[in-house]
Write a protein that binds this ligand. Structure first.
Ligand code: SF4
Length: 315
């Protein structure tokens, strides 16, 4: 009997976004341009392979800038940093570049603008995520207003804000659908609350979530390539599961559960915004001997967003 044909389906868009491209470029151009050691505060983007490759090229990753010597070149990760970290860097004698994604910087500026206008601010985001720590740290220390972090409906229920002027901002890599619900709950509790026209979730997160929904409808299993620390990759796995499709978050082919894939006839692949395309191609090659014979792209990748490098590093 002829073996049933097994198919690999690729989501589009997938993988690197403009902010990740820019952050990695900043690190690589710094390595090329300077003789000094290059230090990066926090993982420049949340991906194991990207970090390992940069370490091999000589980058040293540190948790805090007090670990960076004076004669070094320092880089802040794509997730952004609080004002106090930036101030500390300015007071030190090293050269630094800010690889914060411009879409995260946009949220930082919203926080500062709301505080200037006398508004209390609600930040929707994940406690402990570096982007959230950075955004909370952009609320001016001398402001009379407050900033509150909420993660879920329970946090919103517990909120006690007495101000008549309230605004919300969001982390850039949240679940689009869940955030919509949380914003609606805030609007019910505080009808005067204002915010961006929709939310601050970035184009890359939105597009990858739209694509994984479509992928989940067409495949028995969805593999999301991304690291456990990557917020947007975790959201892709959760979304595929919410659509009723078994999903696995994998760093690379070594994390693949072969037994699961043996019995499926279609497997979808997507990649978080910090996951390199190289791993997608390695996973495809790994699947061929398991009987997967065809590869189909779900749609064209129409993303064309790019962000400029700091002028000192531009060619
Ligand atoms: S995921 Fe969005 S916010 Fe994060 S670096 Fe990419 S474009 Fe910027």
């Amino acid at each position: 009997m002829e073996k049933m044909s097994k198919e690999i389906v690729l989501a589009n868009p997938r993988g690197f976004c403009a902010g990740v491209d820019r952050a990695i470029d900043i690190v690589e151009k710094s390595l090329e341009k300077f003789d000094e050691p290059v230090f990066v505060r926090h993982q420049v983007v949340h991906n194991k392979k990207v970090v390992e490759d940069l370490e091999k090229k000589g980058v040293k990753f540190v948790k805090e800038i007090d670990e960076i010597p004076d004669n070094a070149v320092a880089i802040f990760s794509a997730h952004g940093v609080s004002k106090s970290v930036e101030d500390e860097a300015k007071n030190r004698k090293f050269m630094y570049f800010d690889a914060t994604c411009p879409l995260v910087t946009k949220v930082h500026l919203e926080v500062q603008r709301h505080a200037r206008k006398g508004r209390d601010i609600v930040l929707i985001g994940h406690k402990g995520h570096p982007e959230v720590i950075g955004t909370l740290g952009r609320h001016p220390a001398d402001s009379d207003t407050n900033i509150y972090l909420v993660e879920d409906y329970e946090d919103i229920n517990k909120l006690e804000i007495n101000s008549s002027e309230i605004a919300y901002v969001t982390q850039t890599t949240l679940s689009v659908d869940e955030t919509k619900g949380l914003i609606e709950a805030l609007q019910v509790k505080y009808p005067q609350i204002i915010g961006p026209s929709a939310d601050d979730i970035c184009y890359a997160t939105q597009n990858r979530q739209d694509a994984v929904k479509q992928l989940s409808l067409e495949c028995e299993i969805v593999l999301v390539i991304g690291s456990k620390t990557s917020s947007n990759s975790n959201r892709l796995k959760e979304l595929a599961e919410k659509c009723g499709t078994k999903s696995f978050l994998i760093d690379d082919k070594s994390d693949i559960n072969i037994e699961e894939l043996k019995h499926a006839t279609s497997v979808g692949i997507t990649a978080g915004a910090s996951a390199p395309e190289e791993i997608v191609q390695e996973v495809i090659s790994f699947l061929f001997p398991l009987g997967y014979k065809t590869v189909r792209n779900l749609s064209e990748n129409n993303e064309s967003m790019t962000f400029k490098l700091p002028k000192e590093l531009a060619d």
